[in-house]
Design a protein around this ligand. Structure first.
Ligand code: XMP
Length: 394
């Protein structure tokens, strides 16, 4: 079997009766055995995409070895989460939640709405870093202004100017994340303070967010990126948190969302990071760059849909590189920017492979971008897997 081994943790002492079978530079006891008792141990990650039969290994362990039954079913999880929310909020008062347009916050909102009805108010902040037409389509899909069955109470806040002003001159990826996170908190807190009787803050934090931001609290995992949806708001807004998805992985969140009646277009959407296009424009975020990136990204996503490839990759997007390269249009020289296309396959987003999209498809997308966006002179395709790369470029 192919299995994935990549970590800083190591086994340093053998149990009685065991001897070492294999070692790596980092792990002095990577595999061990007690041959008298026919016990073998191997260090690897069964849960990641790079271990192709990992799910089967875990299933066998849980069902055949431990004798567990598979009780995880969306309906049961929904009932128990709704019950938890009801108990947690029985003192009364309203809940606010920031809707991002992504699956996580929408599913968190749907669970809170199921438990609390109109005691939930969602705030949708347009930070100016959303994709083409995104703000309108989110409002159409989820709010009572749209033609849908969910009808959450959503307030839309247009804060593009505030965010872009705050980002001016900021180039470091982590600094940009912090600025976006802090601005989000300020805008959100200002709106929340204007509402009466808000007692709780709902958040769509999912389990991988918690793990990847764990360094701050446990010092165990390296801080990969400071995901702004974990932590932050409660300091500024002293409200207790309700995080209904905190122990769930993305695929589980999707199954729950479907069971709750969220539209397929929203459930099957690729994830989109909180800092949005802000981490897909390398270096300083400028309005002109956002505009170019939005158009290139929309062409790529549209082409993926048209070629029935959108659902075959887990996440796809364009990245804006603020470097110029030479090109030629007719007789004229073009000296313009570079767009990188990125598509990955993964189930857990902790590891990911670059997607082997057909060459003719990539060629067509590149042509469309180069023909339709004058400010781009070159399109490249990112063939880095995670690790060591991350999915986003910043
Ligand atoms: P990386 O780039 O860390 O991304 O491999 C893993 C997944 O997380 C998303 N991502 C973020 N989501 N705030 C978010 O809400 C962030 O700062 C952030 N950074 C990355 C990324 O899009 C991918 O799905």
């Amino acid at each position: 079997l192919d299995v994935w081994m990549s970590h800083g943790d190591r086994v340093t002492a053998l149990p009685d009766g065991f001897h070492t079978l294999a070692a790596s530079d980092n792990a002095p006891i990577a595999a061990m055995a007690n041959t008298d008792r026919s016990l073998f141990g191997l260090q690897f990650h069964p849960e990641v995409t790079h271990t192709p039969q990992g799910q089967t290994i875990l299933e066998n362990f849980l069902t055949s070895v431990c004798g567990c039954n598979g009780l995880w079913a969306p309906a049961q999880i929904i009932d128990s989460i709704v019950e938890e929310i009801t108990t947690q909020t029985q003192a009364g008062g309203e809940v606010i939640l920031g809707l991002s347009g992504g699956v996580d916050s929408a599913v968190a909102a749907a669970l809170l709405h199921k438990a609390l009805g109109d005691r939930l108010t969602c705030l949708f902040i347009d930070n100016g870093l959303l994709r083409q037409d995104e703000a309108n389509s989110v409002m159409d899909a989820l709010s009572s202004q749209g033609d849908n069955r969910l009808q959450f109470r959503v307030r839309r806040i247009d804060a593009e100017k505030v965010f872009l002003r705050a980002l001016a001159g900021v180039t470091d990826p982590e600094a940009k994340r912090k600025v976006i996170g802090q601005t989000f908190i300020q805008v959100f807190a200002k709106e929340a303070r204007q509402m009466d009787n808000v007692r709780w803050l709902g958040q769509g934090t999912i389990y991988p967010d918690v793990i990847e931001s764990a360094a701050a609290t446990t010092q165990k995992a390296h801080l990969i990126k400071s995901h702004h949806n974990v932590g932050g708001l409660p300091d500024k807004l002293p409200l207790p948190l309700i995080e209904p998805l905190k122990s769930l992985f993305k695929d589980e969140v999707r199954r729950i969302g479907t069971a709750l009646g969220l539209p397929d277009s929203l459930i099957n959407r690729h994830p989109f990071p909180g800092p949005g296009l802000g981490v897909r424009i390398l270096g300083e975020v400028k309005p002109a760059y956002i505009d170019i990136l939005r158009r290139a990204d929309a062409l790529f996503l549209q082409a993926l849909e048209e070629a029935d490839l959108y659902d075959q990759v887990s996440q796809a997007f364009a990245v804006f590189l603020p470097v110029k390269s030479v090109g030629v249009t007719g007789d004229a020289r073009r000296y313009q920017y570079v767009i990188s296309l990125r598509a990955v396959t993964t189930t857990d987003f902790m590891t990911a492979r670059w997607a082997e999209l057909p060459h003719d498809f990539l060629g067509r997308v590149a042509n469309r971008i180069l023909n339709e966006i004058q400010e781009v002179s070159r399109v490249v395709y990112d063939i880095s897997s995670k690790p060591p790369a991350t999915i986003e470029w910043e």
